[in-house]
Design a protein around this ligand. Sequence first.
Ligand code: ADP
Ligand code: MG
Length: 357
Amino acid sequence: MYFDPRPKTSREDLFDREEEVERVKALRAPITLVLGLRRAGKSSVILVATSEMPHPVVYIDARRFEAEPYLTFKHVAEALGEALAQPMRRFPRLREYLKNVKGISVTGFEVKISWRERGSLVEVLEWLNRWAEEDGRKAVVVIDEAQELTKLKGYNLLKLLAYSYDNLRNVYFVLSGSKVGLLKKFLKLEDAGSPLYGRYVEAVELRPFTLEEAKRFLEEGCRQYGVSPPDAEKVYRAVGGLPGWLTYFGYTYVSVRGEEESIRQTVSYAVDLVRQEFAHFLEGRWAAEKRYRVIMEAAAECVAWSELKRAVEASEGRRINDAEITRLLKNLVDYGFLEKRGNLYCPPDPLIAAAFR
Ligand code: ADP
Ligand code: MG
């Protein structure tokens, strides 16, 4: 059912995205990135793709770290330990391999990785690789919302990724990110001094649905419930093309029925959520809070850099230097609250705009 509000796990529930699922499944490079705004369907595409793979999949949902101000090795070791249970169930022989890792204890399907043994993460990957090689498979490590790991202190995850990239032929990473700028900054692919510099990564981008796609999504979704479809253009104008909001609308529409009422509920839910996410973003940035808000309010209708500068200056009644404005805008773009369209800064989605009106 297209309107099921949980992330989709099977192909029949996923509308379209055929090509994207195939690209993730193909594992064309040691690292595949799945990029897109929140609620673009990244988790769904990854879950559908991995469910169809004949490989062990270690799935770490890094959203669990969203509220943490910073992370330590212990957080990662715990998450990885938990994530190993599923592939071990599916491939019991994997257990025997993982038992070799120093600092790991395996009881039943429960894995505990000692946070004192820093080398254990490399070793886990090495044994996964060895098993995969001998079994003729690939070991797939998924880190969903991987940009959360930029908060990791005292452990160089980038080095681990680069080591795996170069040496572990049967280990593949799939990393997703909503805060695309942040994820790219973390991977430092274009930074000559960085461990991953110059490595090819496969990037799969999930765009919002077009009006045509949204229309088919709503029509086919409604048919699954035997309900006549809404005026798709109107819905699209109000909630935009992000699959997550369209799904929420559809879910409400097939239970509440009223088009207007379902739009209203979707907008109000979305606006609340975007505001919460923005409040999250502002944590630790209190000094510039007012400036960020002024910018978001001014940018709601798409404006140029100079316009935004003027808005901030007007709100403070004094001049502000250009570099500061540029820094604020870059952060907003990195976190997905704004995007650049030609010379203009715009909210990437109508419901993000609505949250600041
Ligand atoms: P993300 O991980 O990018 O934030 P999710 O995969 O969690 O997005 O999807 C957000 C919502 O949209 C979920 O309710 C999911 O079921 C729905 N959804 C996303 N893409 C599709 C799709 N192609 N077909 C049907 N539903 C989708
Ligand atoms: Mg997700």
